[in-house]
Design a protein. Structure first.
Length: 188
């Protein structure tokens, strides 16, 4: 059976994947993430996940490669990772007191492509300027889609959510498990 690899490997995804797949290799993708305006948020997440996995698969033929990409969507607007503290502040102000979606595309690639998207819904508490500034000063929002991390200090800004918690962190384990099992890869 082919060894599985993780195409993109932020620490949160590595820790999540270890819960269901004890043996994998971490190989970062070198794909430049570009959002296509002609695609839906879900299709963009699937495309980016697939492109990341395919890029790594070309370097490691014969191995299953897992790629994922998470997008945050407010109404019809994609909110990516903030470029700096000012951008994080603007994103958090937009999300303050509002519902939004977290969409993660997952692709498992070898000779074939298996893919699926997960969608979770999140509502942030109404946030004061001070709460936003205090959170930004932790540094946590600066590399997170939507400028918050539910698994960290950001859990304090989340009022409620529905759907997969692990999806909001960045890797929907239920979806990943289904794809791995379809590929014949044993999970824990």
């Amino acid at each position: 059976m082919a060894h599985s690899c993780l195409a993109i490997a932020p620490p949160g995804r590595i820790e999540l994947l270890k819960q269901i797949l004890p043996d994998f290799e971490v190989l970062p993708s070198q794909v430049e993430e570009k959002i296509r305006s002609d695609l839906s948020p879900q299709d963009n997440a699937l495309l980016l996940a697939r492109e990341k996995a395919l890029e790594v698969a070309r370097r490691r033929p014969g191995h299953w490669v897992l790629g994922a990409d998470t997008l945050v969507v407010l109404e019809d607007t994609l909110l990516g990772k903030p470029v700096d503290g000012s951008d994080a502040r603007a994103i958090l102000k937009r999300l303050s007191g509002r519902a939004h979606q977290v969409i993660t595309g997952v692709a498992l690639v070898n000779d074939s492509v298996l893919q699926e998207a997960a969608v979770s819904h999140v509502v942030l508490h109404p946030l004061t300027e001070k709460q936003i500034d205090d959170y930004i000063n932790t540094g946590e929002p600066l590399d997170k889609a939507g400028a918050y991390a539910i698994q960290g200090k950001g859990r304090a800004v989340v009022a409620s959510y529905s759907g997969s918690y692990s999806n909001i962190v960045g890797l929907p384990l239920e979806t990943v498990r289904r794809l791995l099992e379809k590929a014949g890869i044993s999970t824990a």
